[in-house]
Design a protein around this ligand. Sequence first.
Ligand code: SF4
Length: 276
Amino acid sequence: MKVELADYAGACYGVERALSLTSEAASEHDKVHTLGPLIHNPQVVSELAERGICEVQRVEQAKEGVLVIRSHGVAPQVIDEARQNKLKVVDATCPYVKKAQKAATELRRQGYNVVIVGEKGHPEVEAIDAHAGSQSLVVQDPADLPEELPAGPVGIVVQTTQNVTHLDDIIEALRKRGVEPLVRNTICFATTQRQESAELLAHKVDAMVVVGGRNSGNTTRLAEICELVCANTHHIERPEELDPAWFSEVQKVGVTAGASTPQEQISAVVNALQQL
Ligand code: SF4
């Protein structure tokens, strides 16, 4: 069976940067905490825990030392609270996430009601929402739009890892209701590259394997994109999950991986597929 890797797959700039800032902090300080899992990849998070880099869910759980803000970012008040609690803050918010936060702030200041196209409850979306003002709405599908929109102009910002079709669907639904939104497309280049190359590859193979945390939204969306083109698509975290039965009639399998999947995990899956 031939195995082909997507042109763009795996850990992105923002994730690499967050990991390197955290390692740097751990080499200089004894107590390093991350606010939530540093990345949505359980294997990497356990490796960090083995090195003494522990996860806290709330600022007050870190009693001293360093608090790392992950690439998803946080509400500005969270950073203020950490500094008031005398913690050293290492802000690993991805610059592309900061761009989305800034776009939300600007739209709010210009008087727009901000619509965030993104996954409700996702930490990045909650952080963007904290910049977007009290009239903001988080929607992923047109069905999430309320029957009555707040009065006034609508500005859109987008979760950096969203699928562009979700954005297009929301724009179309708003236009049908006579609203012409001002769109700030803040989907990041790494997401676009990974989604486009995954889709391209899925057209050329008989099966697709998508590697990454099940809790990773961007990996899940890659799997959804591949599944639309190639029904024999499987989202896995580790090579042990590969089932030979999936590949019984497969000549060529494609591999892609989410933005929070390190290279070693991708290589392990590619090697395991080559052994089948
Ligand atoms: S997916 Fe994009 S926005 Fe998110 S961390 Fe990676 S580079 Fe940054």
